[in-house]
Write a protein that binds this ligand. Structure first.
Ligand code: AQP
Length: 325
């Protein structure tokens, strides 16, 4: 069975972008692949964070993955720092990664602007740790949103450079995109992101969700209700595609282009479909919140299985490097 790896940061509330861009796809893929899903806490410390909340955040992130439908029977779910071989392999990969490649990463440039007072080495090294996360499991596929594609290409390059120098140890992983690889935030401009606070949270109250959706930017050229709109450039239509069936999409497309429906009508239809899918996820999450011991058991068991794979890869890697055993 081919192996998949993907990760999510415990940096805040999981949002619609994470869900339709990545997690929902992960659930489907567990039927076909040997899947490894990780709460990447060491990635999250590259920016400022609330120390007193951090443990809780890691558990909550795993909890949401379970609530979204990932089953510990069908995949491994764990926390990155519980398998320290990830950071060990990252050090080795640092020694084959050109600094110039890291400096040109879009995420590094964006984050350097967002965190001017703390442009640390970890921020730049983020994609190298990500390469280690993936390659320590020799994963061939990485289901991610569009924002991560550049990093996966770097992982391929790291694998190539390592293999060329030390022998063929690692596969070159490929990104797997979902049907909604890029969801913009409610501002209609930037990628929906936890840190940009432009998101609709998966577990938010329905009233809060509706208020965010109601006021979200649509096609900016559609100023009046009577103006025809263009669904192709409307973020709300992109989200509709992720939640609504073809019949509704056709109605919305036609209604928008002919000004037969207004943006609020369109958003109401979307909201109904979103709630139908997200309601049960919220219920499951609320019930898991009463049993966090179960969630901790799941991530401990996941780490145990992942450790065995990671240790074997590290033994092979050290041997390829000529390190004294
Ligand atoms: N807006 C999005 N559209 C589609 N996919 C997305 N992903 C994230 N945002 C979108 C995908 O979700 C997975 C987990 O990503 P993450 O933990 O890096 O989440 P984030 O929201 O991007 O986190 P941050 O820290 O809030 O984001 P930044 O650092 O960008 O400000 C990934 O597969 C990602 O592609």
């Amino acid at each position: 069975m081919k192996r998949i790896f993907s990760g999510i940061q415990p940096t805040g509330e999981i949002h619609l972008g994470n869900y339709v861009g990545a997690i929902r796809n992960w659930v489907t893929l567990t039927d076909e692949y040997d899947c490894v899903f990780c709460v990447v806490d060491y990635h999250a410390i590259t920016v400022e964070y609330e120390i007193s909340e951090f443990r809780k955040r890691a558990i909550e992130t795993a909890l949401i993955l379970l609530a979204c439908g990932l089953s510990p029977e069908k995949c491994k779910i764990f926390v990155q720092s519980h398998v320290p071989e990830h950071t060990e392999l990252a050090w080795i990969f640092n020694c084959v990664t050109p600094i110039g490649e890291l400096e040109r990463m879009t995420q590094f440039k964006d984050k350097s602007k967002q965190h001017r007072a703390n442009i640390n080495m970890g921020l730049m090294d983020y994609p190298v740790l990500q390469a280690a996360d993936i390659l320590i499991y020799k994963a061939g596929f990485v289901p991610v949103g569009e924002d991560q594609v550049q990093h996966i290409e770097l992982s391929r390059e790291v694998a190539r450079k390592f293999n060329a120098r030390f022998g063929n140890v690692f596969p070159e992983p490929q990104a797997l995109l979902s049907m909604a690889p890029k969801i913009l935030g409610v501002d209609g401009e930037a990628k929906m992101s936890k840190t940009l606070n432009n998101y609709i949270g998966l577990l938010e109250d329905e009233e809060v969700m509706w208020e965010k959706l109601r006021t979200a930017v649509t096609d900016v050229n559609r100023v009046r209700r009577s103006d025809p709109g263009n669904p192709e450039i409307c973020n709300i239509y992109t989200i509709h595609r992720a939640f609504s069936d073809n019949r509704i999409l056709l109605d919305v497309d036609k209604g928008c282009r002919t000004a037969g429906i207004g943006c609020i009508d369109c958003k109401k239809m979307l909201f109904k479909n979103m709630i139908a899918e997200l309601g049960p996820i919220r219920e499951k999450a609320l019930s898991l919140m009463k049993d966090t011991d179960y969630v901790i058991d799941v991530i401990r068991a996941g780490a145990k299985k992942c450790s065995a794979i990671a240790k074997a890869t590290m033994a092979e890697t050290r041997s390829a490097l000529g390190i004294l055993a």
